[in-house]
Design a protein around this ligand. Structure first.
Ligand SMILES: [Zn+2]
Length: 255
């Protein structure tokens, strides 16, 4: 039985630990100590580290963790900015483990960074900084068109997927969604749910793809409702899905 546990790091990162009570995988360890403590406390042997992209808050713990768990493999995209990886993966790679028993497919999702990848199967999506609940990553390296293509790959995955984002940005993204989609009553319901969780210091994550498809404005660039809201709020006319996505992303950047 697979368990997935968030180890909080920095201000708002989560390092996801996937385990079967004996063996573990970890995703994007930006720091080491909290993860090492968790593995030690729960007597978990580390099988592998999965990396989504090169930013320091996703990789800086790798070297120190490997000192304590030298047998662990490190899966990462092809990018020299990510050291310590012994297995580079690409679009279509299948990453299979027996301990814990889980297989994950790799999708390339350029946009936040050019070499960003995500890992998924029919139940889970580990999406790094590509997708957040009701948000998406900033475009540090890619174009709006690239990021939109990446998000559209995610939109085609099974709707029941649980989505394990790496930042607790949900409330901030809900505030933006209230502006970008002001008449959507489901946003308020979700806000109440997330406020309750955060008041208890619990993560708002994972989210699920079905919710994101209906509420996340960045997954709805092809939705005329979002396009007309943009027109009302910013007095701009967007002509297609890419222009809509670009306008949403730049509005969020200065929101
Ligand atoms: Zn990042």
């Amino acid at each position: 039985m697979i368990k997935i546990h968030p180890v909080p790091a920095f201000n708002d990162n989560y390092i996801w630990v996937i385990h079967d009570h004996t063996h573990a995988l970890i995703v994007d360890p930006g720091e080491s100590q909290a993860v090492l403590d968790y593995l030690h406390t729960h007597q978990l042997q580390l099988t592998a580290i999965l990396i989504t992209h090169h930013h320091y808050d996703h990789i800086n713990g790798v070297e120190e963790i490997l000192k304590h768990h030298p047998q662990a493999d490190v899966f990462a995209p092809e990018d020299e900015r990510i050291p310590c990886s012994n297995t580079r993966v690409h679009e279509g790679s299948l990453v299979q483990f027996t301990q814990p028993e889980i297989s994950l497919h790799v999708l390339e999702t350029p946009g936040h960074t050019l070499s960003h990848i995500v890992y998924h199967n029919d139940a889970y999506l580990f999406c790094g900084d590509t997708l957040f609940s009701l948000g998406c990553g900033r475009l540090f390296e890619g174009t709006p068109e690239q990021m939109l293509n990446s998000l559209n790959k995610i939109k085609n995955l099974p709707k029941q997927l649980k989505v394990y984002c790496t930042h607790e940005y949900t409330l901030d993204n809900i505030r933006f969604t209230e502006a970008a989609d002001p008449e959507n009553p489901s946003v308020g319901d979700y806000k109440q749910e997330v406020l309750k969780l955060r008041a208890q210091n619990l993560p708002s994550l994972p989210t699920n793809l079905a919710r994101e498809l209906s509420l996340n404005p960045f997954l709805r660039s092809d939705d005329v409702k979002i396009q007309s809201n943009l027109h009302n709020a910013l007095q701009i006319t967007v002509e297609d899905e890419v222009a809509t996505f670009a306008a949403l992303r730049s509005w969020k950047d200065r929101f």
